[in-house]
Design a protein around this ligand. Structure first.
Ligand code: SF4
Length: 276
């Protein structure tokens, strides 16, 4: 609860070379003094459910990613309420906000209607895939569903290029879990907390990445839940980073390098290193 401890922690992280803070879950906007401690010191991205409107006079250009799990009915089933109505009212037209739309097998065939709603409130969207950590029936991915999903993601990117922040290579990587002949998983994951990374040989990875718990002492394995199975992990940021840290593998052909650059551009937009 002592804000000075947070400030000291952030200063130490900066000394370690950290240049980007990603604040996620439970709900960071419940503790705005802590969010502000980061925002004043570092490039800061905050993931939120969008139900609390952050004051823009205090955080003028902080990038927010608002979680979204589908259309009205699906949101009610999965989250108990239709959060879009509230979050879109809070952030309509905000240039530093995008929806982080988690696709589940139930979203197949429905994505375009959700994207259109987001476009109509003047916001952007980035898509990621559900990893079924809780083992809920009906929410496991089947290979044919992932194929269909990939075409649908490509389709909405083509139709709404000013709204969807993505690229086709990201869709390929996230739906197949393959990069060239390599499979995503523990042996390849770039987003493992550095001091806990005992892999040998070590794959290419994010430099000095640590996922801290809110006690500022505990380190977690990676940015997802402790119990997640790496072999079925669909974490979007980890897949995106997987491509980015493997630059040299993408230097064999012009197309490979273009793919790599497109993923990097997508990342740079999502974390405010370049404009939309
Ligand atoms: S669960 Fe996913 S993000 Fe975490 S270590 Fe495994 S593969 Fe990486």
């Amino acid at each position: 609860m002592d804000i000075r401890k947070w400030e000291d922690f952030i200063d130490q992280e900066k000394e370690r070379g950290v240049n980007l803070a990603i604040l996620i879950g439970g709900e960071p906007t419940l503790c705005l003094d802590r969010v502000e401690a980061f925002y004043k010191r570092l490039s800061t991205f905050c993931a939120t459910n969008g139900l609390i409107k952050i004051p823009r006079d205090r955080f003028p250009d902080m990038m927010l990613g608002i979680s979204l799990w589908g259309g009205e009915e699906d949101e009610k089933i999965l989250r108990g309420k239709d959060t879009f109505t509230v979050s879109s009212r809070n952030y309509e037209g905000d240039p530093n906000v995008y929806y982080l739309y988690t696709l589940t097998p139930r979203q197949i065939g429905k994505i375009e209607s959700v994207i259109r709603k987001i476009r109509n409130v003047g916001l952007k969207v980035h898509m990621q895939l559900l990893s079924n950590d809780e083992g809920v029936d009906g929410f496991y991915w089947k290979p044919e569903e992932l194929n269909d999903l990939r075409s649908e993601m490509d389709d909405v990117l083509g139709k709404y290029p000013d709204t969807v922040i993505s690229c086709k290579y990201y869709h390929e990587i996230i739906t197949t879990g393959k990069m060239f002949a390599r499979s995503f998983g523990w042996g390849e994951c770039p987003s493992v907390t550095e001091p806990l990374d005992n892999r040998n040989p070590r794959p290419k990875r994010l430099i000095e990445f640590i996922r801290w718990a809110s006690d500022l002492t505990t380190m977690h394995r990676c940015c997802t839940s402790e119990t997640r199975d790496c072999s079925t992990c669909k974490d979007g940021a980890a897949h995106m980073s997987w491509v980015m840290v493997n630059k040299r593998a993408h230097m064999r052909t012009t197309k490979d390098l273009q793919n790599w650059i497109e993923v990097y551009e997508m990342f740079a937009k999502l974390y405010q290193f370049i404009p939309w």
